[in-house]
Design a protein around this ligand. Sequence first.
Ligand SMILES: NC(=O)c1ccc[n+]([C@@H]2O[C@H](COP(=O)([O-])OP(=O)(O)OC[C@H]3O[C@@H](n4cnc5c(N)ncnc54)[C@H](O)[C@@H]3O)[C@@H](O)[C@H]2O)c1
Length: 230
Amino acid sequence: MSGRVALVTGAAGAIGGAIVRRLADDGFTVAGADLAVGADYRCDVRSEEEVLRLRSEVEGRHGTPSLVVNVAGVFFEHRITELSVEDWDLVLDTNLKGTFLTCKTFLPAMIAAGSGCVVNVASTAGIKGGHTRAAYCAAKAGVVNLTRSLALDHGGDGVRVCCVCPGLIDTPMADWITSRPDALAEFEESIPARRIGTVDDIAGAVSFLASDAAGYMQGAVMVVDGGSSA
Ligand SMILES: NC(=O)c1ccc[n+]([C@@H]2O[C@H](COP(=O)([O-])OP(=O)(O)OC[C@H]3O[C@@H](n4cnc5c(N)ncnc54)[C@H](O)[C@@H]3O)[C@@H](O)[C@H]2O)c1
């Protein structure tokens, strides 16, 4: 048992794994959850039943989380005219409904304690449109405004809610462009940082938002994109 327990969803993924390691370095006892193997807890964040079971398991083993980091997500290129309703639901339910469900489930204990923090991993796709990703942009925009609205609703309860908007990060999710060296080089040349991001760029931002140093940040939308949306 540790004083500070953090729950990270999408923990078996590239960015989620880096966040788990960084928060552990920061002194948190970290419970990682994912649909895929490789995390401490198996949980489909689209299911309220599974998120409720996750809460029981984490509370029983580690204690009540004072930090929840929502990282679970899916992305694939698509055109709305060809997107099935099932794939729309997959994108919206994983990225947006999953964030709703963990917030619904884990916020009450934070509110009761009068302290806590939620950090949502959205995307620059949530603050601007993009080609061949309309459903993903809609879902991530939802995460951004869910973040702001929860900050308004629960700031007075002592809970901080913020989000990180990564730009292009070097993970398998970025295969759509990293598999095309010319397109990648052109993109990198076009942005101020002249490189795509690393998982540690995002883990560092989450670590900061979860820390006391960010104590006056509420509803913040922190863009970590090498300047691609500047
Ligand atoms: N890689 C990028 O360029 C980039 C850019 C902006 C935002 N993001 C966001 O960062 C987050 C992590 O992305 P990543 O690049 O590490 O991808 P990733 O595919 O490595 O990680 C995503 C993780 O979410 C898990 N997941 C998917 N559906 C789930 C479900 N229903 N329940 C529980 N877990 C589920 C996957 O199993 C996977 O481990 C995502 O939310 C993504 O949208 C990524």
